[in-house]
Design a protein around this ligand. Structure first.
Ligand code: FPP
Length: 236
């Protein structure tokens, strides 16, 4: 268990590599997602135990709808299963679960579960877990800009009052600190539209491990790597 002194307050994880993990084993891609979902539970609980205050995981992007229908369906089944479990078993965890992204497009049964999970965990005082579903950084910024345009249209704001703080008020993560550390397993070197605004000064740790194989020790290594970095936020 990570015993380092310095913990990032907010960690983001791009849970990548489920498909390759399955392929390596001659299994369907959906089997990789099942393994990935199980690992997500392990890692989320671990982050909460070691004292991470905010964890944001990328579960389904605005672009993931392009995948074969069968894979999308398998992911929706997994989300439903996870949410049902969260309602049943997650109650003793001191984790507040929130969903970021446009969840209005999901099936009513999934939307109900999302609401119930958010509602039932809203008074928890421990880690905040943001699950990004139908999330895209560009879509999030587009949404924020539309809201600001409405304010200007209704006269409750002047164009020159639009500043960074005003934009942040309309992000899904409003009121939360920006991620200090973003971990990307599976070795890909790109942001994939994850927390575009919020990650301006995040430290990225890219690891050559597929998500279902990513262990709590790997998380510890990412935290150790983060501590070594010298964050200057544009200063010297
Ligand atoms: C990326 O791997 C992973 C996804 C698009 C889905 C992430 C979902 C989970 C980890 C499981 C469900 C999560 C919850 C919250 C229950 P990929 O399929 O792109 O892998 P590849 O790059 O190897 O093809």
């Amino acid at each position: 268990m990570y015993k380092g002194q310095h913990l990032p307050e907010h960690v983001g994880i791009i849970m990548d590599g489920n498909g390759r993990w399955a392929k390596k084993r001659g299994l369907p891609r959906s089997a990789g997602h099942v393994a990935g979902a199980s690992n997500f539970r392990t890692i989320a609980k671990y982050c909460s135990q070691i004292g991470i205050r905010y964890l944001t995981v990328y579960a389904f992007s605005t672009e993931n709808w392009k995948r074969p229908q069968e894979e999308v369906k398998a992911l929706m089944r997994l989300f439903r299963q996870y949410l049902e479990e969260a309602l049943r078993d997650f109650t003793e965890e001191n984790i507040r679960t929130r969903f970021i992204g446009d969840v209005s497009v999901f099936a009513p049964v999934l939307r109900d579960l999302i609401e119930q999970v958010e509602e039932s965990s809203k008074n928890k005082t421990g880690m905040v877990l943001n699950i990004a579903m139908n999330y895209g950084g560009r879509a999030e910024l587009t949404h924020a800009m539309r809201q600001l345009a409405q304010e200007v249209k209704h006269g409750s704001m002047q164009p020159d009052e639009i500043d960074e703080a005003a934009i942040e008020r309309y992000l899904y993560t409003a009121g939360q600190p920006d991620p200090d550390l973003i971990i990307r397993p599976s070795g890909e070197n790109r942001t994939s539209n994850f927390l575009l605004w919020q990650s301006a000064y995040s430290e990225y740790v890219i690891m050559d491990i597929l998500w279902p194989d990513f262990t709590t020790e790997d998380l510890d290594h990412a935290l150790e790597e983060f501590v070594k970095r010298n964050r200057r936020f544009g200063g010297i």
